[in-house]
Design a protein around this ligand. Structure first.
Ligand SMILES: O=C(O)CCC(=O)C(=O)O
Ligand SMILES: [Fe+2]
Length: 320
């Protein structure tokens, strides 16, 4: 990676502390400009991350035939094999609200002997992530000002649900002239995503003028990004940025992406208080599930590849 890349300083929020107006204002600027920020003192211990990391290694080193019992052609569909998102990417999904049950269904098929550590660890990690996501949503709403957190948290965000995707990137063996993408440019469909990335790095966010900027890993720090659902709900006050993962030769990489989403049947329409008097609504109202299906069924936007986003789906004419 070249050294000439523009440098971006994303806020690092200590979320164990009460928030000062100055940190909320930094947060709101970062959410508008980048849609990404970092958090520390989030309560997810190093030990828990290492345990999940070891289990992930064990899981993805199982034979392909075993992993394929979990999808994409099986009834469970928790596994995405290589060559769907990219030749170097595979993933396993664990769904809430009963993360233990979801992980156990996969565990029972993957491991000959019972490996209850797998479902227990996933339950521990995901339930902590769900609590953390609620906290982060409140914080992001606070950063929008005008007491929007108090006005809308309970009425609009109380049925959110989460799922985890454990992402495994295998190492490109040949050298390529261009950057090798492990996961191509995409936006997340969630309200927010909370991401643990290992120490390898490779996550990049796309700036307004189309430059790729590294989001470097740092121990004890989690990355948070705004997804499409919150971009639409906030009438573009919060940005769901395009991002991707580039790989290094001969190096494997893992990440754990926890997606916190509105319920499927939720109708997203930016409230008047969020839109503000001066501004126009930039999205028509839409049902969440319809957007998810639009992304799933769309050849270009399929899986997490470059493609259509919520703007193509629900943007008002003036914006297109
Ligand atoms: O692996 C990463 O760092 C990012 C993963 C990601 O963007 C996703 O799972 O949506
Ligand atoms: Fe993503």
């Amino acid at each position: 990676m070249s050294d000439s890349k523009p440098y971006v300083e994303l806020p690092i929020l200590d979320i164990s502390q009460p928030f000062q107006p100055s940190s909320l204002s930094l947060l709101s600027k970062a959410c508008k400009k980048w849609g990404f920020f970092h958090i520390i003192n989030h309560g997810i211990s190093k030990d828990l991350c290492s345990r999940l990391y070891s289990l992930s290694k064990e899981l993805f080193s199982l034979p392909s035939d075993t992993k394929l019992k979990l999808g994409p052609l099986s009834s469970i569909k928790s596994y995405t094999p290589h060559f769907i998102a990219s030749p170097f990417f595979e993933s396993l999904r664990v769904d809430g609200p009963n993360f233990y049950f979801s992980a156990k269904c996969s565990e029972d098929i993957l491991f000959d002997k019972q490996n209850s550590k797998f479902s227990e660890t996933l339950q521990e990690y995901c339930s902590k992530m769900a609590d953390l996501s609620e906290k982060i949503i409140k914080l992001v709403l606070m950063s929008l000002g005008d007491g929007l957190d108090k006005l809308f948290y309970d009425s609009e965000f109380n049925k959110c649900h989460g799922y985890l995707r454990i992402n495994s990137y295998s190492a490109p063996e040949q050298s390529f002239e261009d950057q090798v993408e492990g996961l191509g440019m995409h936006t997340d469909m969630s309200c927010i995503t909370v991401l643990y990335q290992d120490e390898i790095g490779g996550l990049q966010v796309r700036s307004h003028d189309g430059k790729w900027i590294d989001i470097n890993p740092s121990e004890g720090t989690l990355v948070v990004n705004i997804g499409d659902m919150l971009q639409a709900w906030s009438n573009d006050k919060l940005r769901s940025s395009e991002h991707r993962v580039v790989l290094k030769q001969h190096v494997n990489r893992f990440s754990f992406a926890f997606f916190w989403c509105f319920e499927d049947e939720k109708v997203i329409l930016a409230p008047d208080e969020v839109v503000g008097e001066e501004n126009k609504r930039v999205y028509n109202s839409f049902v969440c599930l319809d957007y998810l299906k639009f992304r799933e069924n769309n050849q270009i936007g399929k899986f997490e590849k470059v493609g259509f986003t919520v703007r193509d789906f629900a943007g008002t004419k003036s914006q297109l």
